[in-house]
Design a protein around this ligand. Structure first.
Ligand code: 13P
Length: 342
């Protein structure tokens, strides 16, 4: 294990003004995204879409790295260049999703456990040869009346730790993603409690599995009220409770926390991140690893049509720039105008 290299990669991913684009939608997930714009889920469409995003002018300025799906890391761009090479040339680090999805947990089927450890050592070695320098594994924690259960949190934490140890063995930075879902009707306080407990168990398992904290990034949810909760929190309360939760649970040896957007709107996700960074200095870099909050507006502007590529790229670049500002605490909601005029 080359700890120096791991640390250098992790720090580059959270360099000031930069964050990660999660573009690792599985075939099932991208099908849902394409359905929203009435586009068939074909390999050519997936290639054209990712090509549109990755060839945006100035891509690497605010996008430090991209999480790819297995198909994409093997694919070539429309100009016949392997996608990892396209990204590296743009100054962005290629990454790869390595879990194979979440399935119902035996004994508590309303909760999920993530699969993908079998053969992971060999897959990681291959992905590294293809250019990947970081990876992602997503665990899902479900809030409900009697959920989550402790066994579910612990099982997911152990899986995350075993994945992270395997990544570091291959000099690949693990992004450790325990996502507490925001779909239910729970209060923000309940999200705080579950997120705190989850992170506590995750860092306990990482310690037990000898994972080097300096060579990983944490990808968590923000602390928010569930989508169906009638009492939605103000952006200021989200920032305050999220920071409180992470100060309690995340050691300062971790170089960075890169949030998922999880169903927040693009503007909300940018605003929350900026409010937190405005309260710095903080023990870790706080940045983004957004999927929907970086892509939704550009996907809509693109609509699957080659003639819309330039417009969609402008929209993508504008959102990436706003999130870059948010990593410095310098975004303001009035800047949303930039998107209207993109
Ligand atoms: P969202 O930002 O759309 O939640 O996606 C991030 C991600 O990679 C979830 O695993």
């Amino acid at each position: 294990m080359n700890v120096k290299e791991l640390e250098t990669t992790a720090r580059a991913l959270v360099a000031p003004g930069k964050g990660i684009l999660a573009a690792d939608e599985s075939h099932g997930t991208i099908e849902k995204r394409f359905a929203a714009i009435g586009l068939a889920n074909t390999e050519d469409h997936r290639r054209a879409y990712r090509d549109m995003l990755f060839t945006t002018k100035g891509f690497g300025e605010h996008v430090s790295g991209v999480i790819l799906f297995d198909e994409t890391i093997h694919q070539k761009s429309l100009a016949h260049v392997p996608f990892p090479e396209v990204l590296a040339k743009a100054g962005s680090i290629p990454g790869i999703k390595v879990d194979t999805g979440a399935v119902p947990m035996a004994g508590s089927p309303e909760e999920k456990v993530t699969q993908g450890l079998d053969g992971l050592r060999e897959r990681l070695a291959k992905y590294r040869q293809l250019g990947a320098r970081f990876a992602k594994w997503r665990a899902v924690i479900t809030i409900g009346n009697t959920l989550p259960t402790l066994p579910n949190i612990r099982e997911n934490a152990i899986l995350l730790a075993r994945y992270a140890a395997l990544c570091q063995e291959q000099d690949i930075v693990p992004i450790v993603e325990p996502e507490v879902l925001m779909d239910a009707d729970n209060t923000i306080q309940r999200c705080h409690q579950v997120t705190e407990q989850t992170l506590h168990e995750v860092f306990d398992a990482l310690y037990d599995h000898c994972v080097v904290l300096e060579g990983l990034l944490l990808k968590p949810n923000m602390v928010v009220a569930g989508k169906k909760c009638p009492a939605q929190a103000t952006p200021e309360l989200v920032a305050e409770l999220t920071l409180q939760c992470f100060r309690r649970t995340v050691p300062c040896a971790v170089p960075g926390i890169v949030f998922l957007s999880g169903g927040q709107s693009a503007a909300q996700a940018t605003h929350h991140l900026s409010l937190m960074n405005a309260q710095g200095p903080l023990p870790w870099k706080l940045s983004f690893s957004y999927g929907r909050a970086l892509q939704d507006e550009a996907l809509k502007a693109w609509g699957g049509k080659p003639e819309n590529v330039a417009k969609a790229q402008k929209v993508f670049a504008a959102r990436a720039r706003l999130n870059g500002l948010a990593t410095k605490g310098k975004y303001e909601p009035k800047m949303e105008q930039d998107l209207v005029h993109a």
